[in-house]
Design a protein around this ligand. Sequence first.
Ligand SMILES: Cc1cc2nc3c(=O)[nH]c(=O)nc-3n(C[C@H](O)[C@H](O)[C@H](O)COP(=O)(O)OP(=O)(O)OC[C@H]3O[C@@H](n4cnc5c(N)ncnc54)[C@H](O)[C@@H]3O)c2cc1C
Length: 607
Amino acid sequence: MANNQNSIKNTELDGRMSRDVESVIPKKRQDVLKWYGWGYKDSKFYVKDGMICFQGDQYPLEGCQLPYFTEWVRKKFDIIVNDRNGYPKMPESFPQPTINQSFVNAIKDSDISLSSQGEDRLIRCHGQTLHDIYLLWKNAYQRIPDFVVWPKNHEEVNRIVNLAHENNVVLIPYGGGTSVSGSITCPQNEHRMICVVDTSQMNHMLWLNKENLTVCFESGIVGQDLERELRKLGLTVGHEPDSYEFSTLGGWVATRASGMKKNVYGNIEDLIVKVKMVTTRGTLERECSAPRVSSGPDFNHIIMGSEGTLGIVTEVVLKVRPLPPVKRYGSLVFPDFDSGVRFMREVARRRCQPASVRLMDNEQFEFGQALKPIKGLVGNLVDYFKKAYVSKIKGIDLSKMCAATLLFEGEREDVHRQEALIYEIAKRFNGFPAGGQNGERGYILTFVIAYIRDFALNHEIVAESFETSVAWDRCSALCKNVKQRVRDECKKYNIDFFLISCRVTQTYDSGCCIYFYFGFRHTGLERPVETYEAIECGAREEILSNGGSISHHHGVGKLRNKWYKKSVSETGLRLYESAKLELDPKNIFALGNLIPEETTDGVTSKL
Ligand SMILES: Cc1cc2nc3c(=O)[nH]c(=O)nc-3n(C[C@H](O)[C@H](O)[C@H](O)COP(=O)(O)OP(=O)(O)OC[C@H]3O[C@@H](n4cnc5c(N)ncnc54)[C@H](O)[C@@H]3O)c2cc1C
């Protein structure tokens, strides 16, 4: 009987699908990834003969010269780019570690992979905020992790958490390190030993159930690895945050991530069937894999968005879909941003969103155009006629025009139907199709744009993005007011050269997600990052007063924790604190996310 049951279980879970996944990112991350900034070591913007170029064979801009971008930078920031190499060198010495010997000995005895080397510690002390990267460039971190461990599975995580609890050692769960909320940055005032739990070696596919279309992965799997493995089987999860080359499943869960194709596949909360989190009180996991359960509050939602403060996510069961037979890009041009917003609202009202639809304002549209590589005479002529068509025949003011990029996925007929409907709706708002090539470029550039920040830092420009979600009736006003607030703040700080632009990236029944880019030239400014933060803080206040949220998908972290209480109410905050006190009474997951450090100490002092 027992055998019979086991075999049923095995067939259900198709254990034969269990496999090791070879990751594009090795255990020694710094062999492949930049230690001081974003992405692959060999991918970057650089200057040759006065022109900005891009290198990086993972991307379609590889080897391209970018004359329009060079000119855009000159005009926007009054900068003549040069080939100076101001990139930092790996320091030769590192902050002294705080060692809890009894913890270290027990980890060694447990045969868990570990390191106390300075380089391994430094590259895991931060995420990707401007603040984090700037501190790294200036070699200004006072506090970095003291120790790194690489568990191989759920059991090893259990052992690490128990040992940390026993020995009062702080643990920081670390996935892909792509956080943009300060959530993995070491709390600078922590006196206890800090141990980073790097999940990269927990990246197995544990099982696949083709009948239920569910798959179980360990939490350290990197997005691109996960999709590559599933694609081999004709499947996809379809979760593609812009960071998915480097971010991990555990990170997505812990931050409540959102992918660009959420209209078809859903955000991470829609994709999760079951999730396992190790806490100091044991493992938190829903017992049943049924698709929906009415059984009190859903504790998956205690785990999602917990930002590493309650425990370590080890395994996740996700929904998968068959790969779509057709994938097609498109783009639309609108005479102005407000027409574009009305189009987006109508698409949402009719619930006919393609896999992705993103609306860019004029600034961002121009910026995207500037990233076009050098062209031959024919290319330039075609561009000239396109511009003439838009401005003369369509009567559109090029300085107001904005664009939407579209991605359709599905069965051929469904895609056809969807395209026809989208183009018909666009027409009602004076929009018209601008071709699949422009759409495809828009999505491909998403991955390249992330490399600009390091280049910018090297040219005295600080830049970062921030985002929010808002109800439809406030969308246009929020965009306008936030941009104006940033302009006013820049004036206050005597900043003459800056970029503030936005796009609507996600649509919902009742509202949308808005994503801002902000950067400025800081030549002569004493504290550029603090100034940036002060302006971004002003922008967030403006967002909140316009009815926007604290975050749509970046999370709270340390960057936005001062607004957390207001966002969830006093009672909500106490509920979170109680959960924290129950699951982590010694505050070993002392990351300082969600609630500011003083309050975190408050939790500890209640013991
Ligand atoms: C260029 C760029 C583009 C981005 N685009 C998007 C986007 O489109 N959509 C989006 O949602 N986000 C985006 N982000 C933000 C970021 O990628 C996400 O927050 C992502 O989910 C973080 O995953 P990670 O594996 O890198 O986590 P990390 O940065 O390593 O950690 C983030 C937080 O999760 C916790 N954590 C990580 N793993 C675990 C685990 N196993 N158990 C418990 N806690 C854990 C950490 O402690 C930390 O608090 C982007 C960031 C960048 C830099």
